[in-house]
Ligand binder design. Structure first.
Ligand SMILES: [Ca+2]
Length: 175
C-alpha cells in the first residue's frame, strides 16, 4: 500500500480495518500487517493510521526492503494471505486490486487457511508439539476448558486430550 493510492485507502477502510476488528474482537490467531511501499515517513504513517482507525502494524520502507519483489507485487493494493506454521511461511492466496467483494473473499480465504492449522495447537505456532500437550495437561489439571484443547470433543479437557495431542505431534494420529 501507499498513503496516496486511493484504491489502497478503499481497501483499508472498507476491507482490512473491518476484517481486522472482527478477528481482533474474537482474540483470533490472525495477524494483519500493512506494508508501505510509498516511502512515507513514520509521522505520516502514524497520522494515516490514526485518520483511518488502523490498529494493526504498518511496516515502513517496504519498497527498498525488497518485500514487494519477494511476493511478486505488480500493483497496489496487493493482499497476501499467508499461513505461518512454526517458522515456515507459505502464501495461501493473493489478490491484486480493490473490490468491495474482498471483505467476503478474504474472510473465506482466512477461514479456509485456518482449517489447515491443526486442532490442539494451544501455543498458536501452527504446529503440534509436546508443548501443546503440556498446555492441555495444565488446562486439565486446573479443571478449565478450551475449545482448541478439547480435541476428543467430549466437552471436557482431560489427560486424554493431552495424550492425543502428543500422539498427533508424533504423527501417530491426525486431529
Ligand atoms: Ca503448537
Amino acid at each position: 500500500m501507499t498513503t496516496w493510492c486511493s484504491w489502497c485507502l478503499k481497501e483499508t477502510d472498507d476491507v482490512l480495518v473491518p476484517l481486522h476488528n472482527q478477528y481482533y474482537a474474537n482474540d483470533s490467531k490472525v495477524v494483519f500487517l500493512s506494508i508501505d511501499i510509498g516511502d512515507s515517513t513514520a509521522q505520516h504513517l502514524q497520522a494515516y493510521a490514526e485518520q483511518h482507525n488502523i490498529n494493526f502494524s504498518i511496516l515502513m520502507r517496504g519498497r527498498t526492503s525488497g518485500v514487494a519483489e519477494d511476493y511478486g507485487v505488480e500493483g497496489i493494493p496487493t493482499t497476501v494471505i499467508m499461513l505461518c506454521k512454526g517458522t515456515e511461511r507459505t502464501v495461501y492466496n493473493t489478490q491484486v486490486g480493490y473490490s468491495p467483494d474482498n471483505l467476503n473473499t478474504f474472510h473465506e480465504w482466512i477461514e479456509e487457511a485456518m482449517k489447515l492449522i491443526p486442532s490442539g495447537d494451544l501455543n498458536h505456532d501452527s504446529i503440534l508439539t509436546p508443548a501443546d500437550a503440556a498446555i492441555a495437561l495444565r488446562i486439565a489439571a486446573s479443571g478449565g476448558w478450551d475449545l482448541d484443547a478439547d480435541v476428543s470433543g467430549d466437552g471436557s479437557v482431560t489427560s486424554l486430550d493431552a495424550l492425543m495431542i502428543l500422539q498427533a505431534a508424533a504423527g501417530v494420529i491426525n486431529l
